[in-house]
Design a protein around this ligand. Structure first.
Ligand SMILES: Nc1ncnc2c1ncn2[C@@H]1O[C@H](COP(=O)(O)OP(=O)(O)OP(=O)(O)O)[C@@H](O)[C@H]1O
Length: 911
């Protein structure tokens, strides 16, 4: 540790430094006289400028401004070399808050070229680095990053242009006693035109939409400037150049340094966000070198406590960085503040600060005096939530609930698929039960699955308090828990008189496009709700732009303008037709932001040890999808089964018909579910069905949607089976294997998928288990998900309990470890009616009889789809009258649904 300097030593050093500065200034002045009209002599003498005082050397605040320093600035301003340094740099040779105080004072006293920051440095460093005024720090720091308009008086002074033709005191652009000769001068603002020689060419900046144009005659030097600005665009029709506002500050600074050009600034440009973000005011009086070697960059967050300056090479900047590296601040974010502030004074450097959103999101981090990276999330008090639910939470699910409560009930829960987002969401919502009624917005194919989940996990909730909205005529607020599909929400939201305080959105990436009706309906609800629980296993499937609505859904104050988000994270580029936001940029920072303030995401592999090898789910598919015709056919078949005088044979035939009609009736709902899975980002999965009519309807729809798929049924030869199986295994992207339950339930390996969907039930559980094991086998590293699609009012009402019963018996005999019972707890809708009991008995007898399998298989095989011509599902128009918007829009949208993001996690979790 070095010993502190004595007061005397410090004085001596300061005196020597001042002398050196004065000597240097004199030398520079002499050189300038030798080469009149140009500052290039200084610029070419780069060694001198290097030898000069470092930009951050402190000046004695008690002394008047040294003319040598001011002069130095003048010369530097007109220098042609990028090495010039502002003479009045804020010192950041600091290691203690006490020293920091001194700096703030200096800054007030003399800061001719750089306007004083809105946040006094002592507040930043003293408050942050140990004095402990977190609140004032937070309050003051955030506006700094936003760079709000400065004090107009100071601004005017700071913005005064410096010209090579002015006398020394004029060029000072500063305030008070330090700048004699400035009184009475009309203050100028950002971009104010220079008062140049009468011969200079005059032009003006004019707003044009979100950009600005420069109206001026031909000027070669100016064209050179234009060509260096990243956002430049030339309009041959009007023969004018136009630019984004982000380049406004840089252009004006460059123009000011050109003796042959006078540019009138934009009206009101000094107030615009864009110009402020360029550090505009600060630079106005710092003309850049004729070389125009701008270095432009931005601060980017690279960890919760560190940022990096993403910027090209500049010697001045390097010198500055070296100085900063030697600092011993405990808080790197404070350093960011300081760095950006300091860099504002480098005339040819434009370093954009961290966006306000980041500083707000990491505000608690900023308050810290030491970079403690992770704080434990407190355990939420779940004593008010149903014990059944709480006790069933897996440890990572419990952690998810804690996270949500720590975020005051606003989050995007982005756990991998199948990790139990439903149970977590219900628990989080139940934590805020006093604020209910609750709104649950879901894809229409899973409305009833959600109802089941509430019944299963919240026994304290009476079933009649759950309102599943089925048609556009239903009330959205009829229940304590209201479950509605995205498309119906957009029809019904006008009903809402009082907003919901607690809202769950399942598959929240359905809101990714702000222009859709579903998004327009949901976003205002999220804005006013107190708790917002967004759920998605794939929040963005192709690009960061898709995250925007979900981010602002959770945190409406983040990035109020999409354009700002687009510029930072979507690599926004201006194209002749408008802005292109399809790219990506600063993804590491976006990930940090999401994790800090918006999102919780766990992958299956993170929590594998806590998961069972198979996770089964009963999906109650929407009865509304079953057409009236199919419903009538089902009712007729059911009636036949219970007709008293029918023979056994007739009853059996009726049962087979009932079974076949069930297949037909389920088709639209099955297809809808598969499409929802694809839209939700499920990449590879198997769909098992039994009836040809179902298999064909599915493959037809996949063909229509251009989804890669294979099909294996009874007609597929053994050789082809193996080939198809290999094809599926090797598919790198999304693909669906459409398989017959009886023809493809054994001997095939599909371990590259981890999801199996049963579009139909089969009476023999052994066959189902074998089919499940096509994915759950050696080579499968993941926990696999099994979804059984069950439709009420069909043969499934009988087949499902039949399967449970058989499994139970096998389990009791030690022949099966499989337990389906967890899924069926809530399905207590069977057999209150004696007729239903009769049908169940019939099913039981029929399927237990010797040879029943063969008979049923033949019946299914020979079931003539022609008899169901125009049957639901045979035509995609029959997908239902409430098909979600995305499936019912034109073909370009349909095509895009399947442009899946190859590797979402490499984006969300870059290595
Ligand atoms: N703690 C738990 N106890 C018992 N079953 C659970 C638990 N967590 C999840 N499950 C079951 O796991 C299955 C998958 O859960 P869920 O559907 O909520 O997953 P998800 O994350 O929403 O998946 P997806 O993104 O595919 O919709 C369901 O059957 C659910 O009941």
């Amino acid at each position: 540790m070095s010993l502190p300097l004595t007061e005397e030593q410090r004085k001596k050093i300061e005196e020597n430094r001042q002398k050196a500065l004065a000597r240097r200034a004199e030398k520079l002045l002499a050189e300038q006289h030798q080469s009149p009209g140009s500052g290039s002599s200084i610029a070419t003498n780069s060694s001198q400028s290097k030898q000069g005082p470092p930009p951050n050397l402190p000046r004695d605040p008690s002394k008047p401004v040294n003319h040598g320093v001011v002069f130095l600035q003048q010369n530097l301003n007109s220098s042609s070399n990028g090495n010039q340094r502002p003479p009045n740099f804020h010192s950041f040779h600091l290691s203690s808050p006490g020293q920091a105080k001194g700096i703030g004072k200096r800054q007030e006293d003399v800061s001719p070229a750089c306007p004083p920051p809105e946040v006094p440095t002592q507040q930043l460093l003293g408050g942050t680095l140990g004095q402990g005024h977190p609140q004032s720090f937070q309050k003051t720091l955030a506006p700094f990053f936003r760079q709000p308009p400065r004090d107009p008086g100071v601004e005017a002074k700071a913005a005064r242009p410096c010209t090579s033709g002015q006398n020394i005191s004029d060029t000072n652009c500063g305030s008070g006693s330090a700048t004699p000769g400035t009184e009475g001068r009309r203050p100028q603002k950002l971009g104010a035109s220079l008062h140049k020689a009468g011969s200079s060419q005059k032009g003006m900046c004019i707003r044009s939409g979100g950009r600005f144009q420069v109206k001026i005659g031909y000027n070669a030097e100016l064209i050179t400037v234009f060509k260096r600005l990243p956002s430049r665009s030339y309009d041959p029709a009007t023969k004018t150049w136009n630019f984004s506002m982000t380049d406004y500050g840089a252009l004006m600074r460059a123009a000011q340094s050109l003796p042959t050009v006078t540019l009138e600034p934009l009206e009101g440009a000094e107030d615009s966000r864009e110009s402020l973000s360029t550090g505009g005011v600060a630079h106005t009086c710092l003309p850049s070198a004729p070389s125009l070697a701008f270095v432009k960059g931005q601060c980017v967050l690279i960890s919760r406590a560190r940022f990096e300056a993403d910027i090209g090479y500049s010697e001045d900047l390097m010198a500055l960085f070296k100085q900063m590296e030697s600092r011993s601040y405990g808080n790197h974010t404070a350093l960011s503040f300081f760095l950006v502030q300091s860099v504002r004074c480098l005339p040819q450097v434009q370093l954009d600060p961290l966006p306000t959103t980041l500083t707000l999101a990491f505000a608690s981090q900023l308050e810290k005096t030491s970079p403690c990276l992770t704080e434990p999330i407190p355990e939420a008090d779940l004593s008010g939530v149903d014990p059944k639910l709480v006790s069933n939470l897996l440890p990572f699910q419990r952690a998810g609930v804690n996270f949500a409560v720590a975020k005051r009930g606003r989050l995007l829960l982005a756990d991998d698929m199948g990790l139990g987002k439903t149970i977590q969401a219900i628990c989080i919502a139940a934590f805020y039960r006093k604020e209910w009624p609750l709104l649950v917005v879901v894809p229409s194919s899973v409305r009833f699955t959600w109802e089941q989940a509430f019944l299963q996990w919240l026994p304290s909730l009476s079933p009649d308090r759950i309102n599943v909205v089925v048609t556009g005529k239903d009330r959205l607020t009829a229940g304590l828990v209201n479950i509605v599909s995205f498309d119906l929400l957009s029809k019904l939201e006008k009903q809402l008189k009082t907003p919901f305080k607690v809202v769950i959105i399942d598959e929240s990436h359905f809101l990714k496009n702000i222009k859709t009706a579903r998004c327009r309906a949901a976003m205002p609800l999220l804005k006013v709700a107190k708790r917002v629980i967004l759920l998605s296993g794939t929040p963005a499937m192709s690009r960061p732009a898709e995250l925007y609505t979900q981010i602002i859904g959770v945190r409406p104050t983040f990035f109020p303008q999409f354009h700002a988000f687009g510029l930072r994270y979507c690599d926004a580029k201006r194209q002749p037709w408008g802005w292109d936001y399809s790219g990506s940029s600063n993804l590491g920072e976006l990930k940090l932001l999401l994790e800090e303030a918006v999102m919780l995401r766990r992958l299956k592999c993170d929590v594998l040890a806590q998961l069972p090898p198979k996770q089964r789910k009963m999906v109650v598919i929407a009865p509304a999808r079953i057409s009236t015709k199919a419903r009538a056919a089902l009712a007729a078949a059911a009636k036949e089964m219970t007709t008293m005088n029918n023979t056994k044979r007739q009853q059996k035939e009726a049962l087979l018909l009932f079974f076949n009609r069930t297949a037909e009736a389920k088709i639209p709902s099955v297809i809808e579910y598969i499409l929802d899975l694809l839209e939700s980002g499920r990449e590879k999965f198997l769909v098992f069905a039994h009836h040809k009519v179902v298999l064909s309807a599915i493959t037809r729809e996949l063909e229509r949607k251009q989804v890669p798929h294979i099909r294996i049924d009874g007609s597929t030869s053994s050789a082809d089976r193996e080939d198809l199986c290999q094809q599926f295994q090797l598919f790198e992207k999304h693909a669906v294997a459409v398989l017959s339950i009886t023809a493809a339930n054994m001997g095939l390996t599909f371990s590259s998928a981890d999801l199996v969907v049963f579009a139909e039930l089969f009476w023999n559980p052994g066959v189902l288990l074998q089919a499940e094991d096509r994915v759950h086998r050696i080579g499968q590293a993941s926990s696999v998900s099994i979804h059984y699609l069950v439709a009420r009012g069909t043969a499934d009402d009988y087949l499902w309990p039949l399967i449970q019963e058989k499994i139970k018996v096998l389990g009791e005999a030690g022949l099966s470890e499989t337990n389906f019972s967890e899924m069926t707890e809530a399905t207590n809708y069977f057999y209150e009616d004696p007729k239903q009991q009769k049908i169940y008995d019939l099913f039981q007898q029929s399927f237990e009889e010797e040879g029943s399998d063969m008979e049923l298989l033949e019946a299914a095989e020979s079931f003539d789809p022609g008899s169901a011509s125009g049957a639901p599902g045979s035509d995609s128009q029959d997908l239902g009258d409430s098909v979600d918007e995305i499936t019912s829009t034109g073909s370009p949208v349909k095509k895009r649904r399947f442009e899946f993001f190859d590797n979402f996690d490499s984006f969300m979790f870059p290595l």
